[in-house]
Design a protein around this ligand. Structure first.
Ligand code: DX5
Ligand code: ZN
Length: 224
């Protein structure tokens, strides 16, 4: 299995996004996690379509776009055309999830389903043929810098068990409150895509933090 770090730009310096993206590129990062918030599905407002478009102009990294918005079906086309690679929609958002995931795939993008901490993985299992990744939220979506919620590891374990039992190969991503010290918990539970925002961009030396994550994740890749 591939182990991938997806640094969340939510904690980057928005006036120096290119500089922070270069730090990721120079330290072997493959993904960039982009948090889109509409002030309705979550209380906060963050990045929108024009910013994704500008980020696309300055990097070839995989853009892992996390839509924390109430009506994802209204914006799939715009985010796809802006250059997103992975489009994560929330299970708790409005609309026909199967239809939205099919639309994402039809646009040549990678469809993913996200669950909030209080949603059970069991509720999304019937979407597994429409999604290439499940994103388990390990904090309430909306803000960076919150503490990791331990019980969400149950969702990672459940998705990993179901994947193994049924010979499936979707990725399991985890997002919220993760740093280079506690990252072994979701990795042990079966996650293989790790989002980290404040642990990287909130640190004095973001490159050093990315390298710490890389060292731990490399161990998992070697051990499997
Ligand atoms: C929260 C976002 C996260 C956030 C994670 O709603 O989905 O991606 O940036 O930030 P940290 O790693 O600081 O918890
Ligand atoms: Zn996110």
């Amino acid at each position: 299995m591939k182990y991938i770090l997806s640094p969340s730009l939510l904690s980057a310096d928005f006036a120096r996004l290119e500089r922070d993206i270069k730090i990721c590129e120079e330290n072997d990062t493959k993904y960039l996690h982009i948090d889109v918030m509409d002030g309705h599905f979550v209380p906060n407002i963050s990045i929108g379509v024009p910013v994704v478009k500008s980020i696309r102009q300055c990097t070839d990294l995989v853009l892992d776009v996390h839509l924390m918005i109430s009506r994802p079906e209204k914006y799939i086309k715009a985010f796809a055309e802006a250059g997103s690679d992975i489009i994560n929609i929330h299970y708790e958002a409005e609309g026909d999830k199967k239809a939205i995931l099919k639309e994402i795939r039809a646009m040549g993008k990678i469809p993913a389903v996200t669950v909030k901490p209080n949603t059970s993985y069991k509720e999304v299992l019937d979407l597994c043929e429409y999604a290439d990744m499940f994103l388990v939220m390990s904090v309430e979506p909306g803000f960076g810098g919150q503490s990791f919620i331990e019980k969400t590891l149950g969702n990672v374990e459940g998705l990993a068990e179901y994947r193994a039992k049924n010979g499936l190969n979707y990725d399991i991503e985890i997002d919220g409150g993760i740093n280079a010290d506690n990252v072994t918990k979701p990795l042990d539970a079966g996650a293989n895509v790790i989002v980290a925002g404040s642990a990287i961009f909130g640190a004095k030396d973001a490159a050093r933090e990315i390298q710490k994550f890389n060292a731990v994740m490399k161990r998992y890749e070697v051990d499997q």
